[in-house]
Design a protein around this ligand. Structure first.
Ligand code: PAF
Length: 278
C-alpha cells in the first residue's frame, strides 16, 4: 500500500486501466471504515482511501482541534484490509488558497436535520468531496449509511452534476449492544459508553412499531425523545422521514419500506447520530 500526501503524487499512482474506488474518511478509523474498504474491494480493482480532517466541516465551537489524528495506525489498518493507496494531504495541499468556490447543496435536503444543527456543514462536506472526487476521479465512491443524510446528499450531488461515478452506501456497523460505530464514541467515558446504546434502542423500538403497523409517528418521536432526555441525553431530534428526500411522510403515506428513523443527541460532551431504515 502506498501513502501519498500531494495531489501530484496521487495522480502518479492512479491506475488508468483499473476501476477505481474511493473511500473518503477523516481518519481515526474503526471497524466501520474497514467495512467500507471491504465493500470498495468488491466494487473495483484500485481502492483509494482519503484521510483528511476537513476544517470546513467544523463550526468554530466544534471539535476540529480535538479530533484525533492517527495516521500511522490508520494506515496499518487500511493496509491489513487490502487498501491500495492512501491519499492524506495536509490543509496547505488541499487548500493552497482559501477555498472561496464552494458547493452549496439543495437547502431542502441539506439545511434540515444535521444541517439545521450544524449550519454550513453539508456545504463543507460537498465542497471537500467534490475536490476529492476531482483529485481521484473514481468510478465508485463509498459512504457509510450511518451518516444517512450525507449519503443521500452525495447521491443527489453526483446525479445533479452528472458526475461519472456511482455512490454506494454501506450499512452501519454496530457494536454488540447496538451502538453505531463512530470515531466520536472514543470521547465517551465508560459509564457514557454503556448508556450510549440507549440511542439505537429507541430507534429500534420506533422502527419495530412502524413495521407492526403503527402510524402515529409524532407520538413515537415524542416518546423516544422524552425517554432519552429522562435518561440524561440532550436530544436534538428523533424523527421519522422519507428515505429519499428526508421530508416528513404525508399522512397516510406508506412508512415501512419507505422511511428511516433518524436521531441526534448529546451524551455528556459527545454528540452522537444514528438512524435505522424502517
Ligand atoms: O463522513 C466523513 O468522514 C466526512 O464527512 C467525509 C465524507 C470524509 C468528508 O469530509
Amino acid at each position: 500500500m502506498k501513502v501519498v500526501h500531494t495531489i501530484a503524487d496521487l495522480r502518479a499512482q492512479l491506475s488508468n486501466r483499473s476501476k477505481r474506488v474511493l473511500v473518503p474518511t477523516m481518519g481515526n478509523l474503526h471497524e466501520g471504515h474497514l467495512r467500507l474498504i471491504d465493500t470498495a474491494r468488491r466494487h473495483g480493482e484500485q481502492v483509494i482511501a482519503s484521510i483528511f480532517v476537513n476544517r470546513l466541516l467544523f463550526a468554530p465551537h466544534e471539535d476540529f482541534d480535538r479530533y484525533p489524528r492517527t495516521l500511522e495506525r490508520d494506515c496499518e489498518m487500511l493496509a491489513s484490509r487490502g487498501c491500495d493507496l492512501v491519499f492524506a494531504p495536509d490543509e496547505k495541499e488541499l487548500y493552497p488558497q482559501p477555498q472561496t468556490f464552494k458547493v452549496h447543496p439543495d437547502p431542502a435536503l441539506a439545511d434540515i436535520l444535521e444541517g439545521h444543527f450544524r449550519p454550513g456543514f453539508f456545504t463543507g462536506v460537498c465542497t471537500v468531496v467534490m475536490k476529492l472526487l476531482s483529485c481521484v476521479q473514481p468510478d465508485v465512491a463509498i459512504f457509510g449509511q450511518k451518516d444517512y443524510q450525507q449519503w443521500r446528499i452525495m447521491e443527489r450531488l453526483v446525479n445533479q452534476f452528472a458526475l461519472p461515478l456511482q455512490i454506494v452506501g454501506e450499512p452501519t456497523c454496530r457494536a454488540e449492544d447496538g451502538l453505531a460505530l463512530s470515531s466520536r464514541n472514543a470521547y465517551l467515558n465508560p459509564t457514557e459508553r454503556v448508556q450510549a446504546a440507549q440511542l439505537s434502542t429507541q430507534l429500534r423500538q420506533i422502527a419495530e412499531a412502524l413495521r407492526s403497523g403503527a402510524t402515529d409517528t409524532s407520538t413515537l418521536e415524542a416518546q423516544a425523545t422524552q425517554t432519552l432526555n429522562d435518561q440524561g441525553w440532550k436530544v436534538d431530534y428523533v424523527t421519522v422521514r422519507r428515505r429519499m428526500d428526508l421530508l416528513p411522510p404525508a399522512p397516510g403515506e406508506a412508512l415501512a419500506g419507505a422511511c428511516v428513523v433518524l436521531a441526534a443527541a448529546r451524551m455528556g460532551q459527545t454528540r452522537l447520530i444514528d438512524n435505522l431504515e424502517v
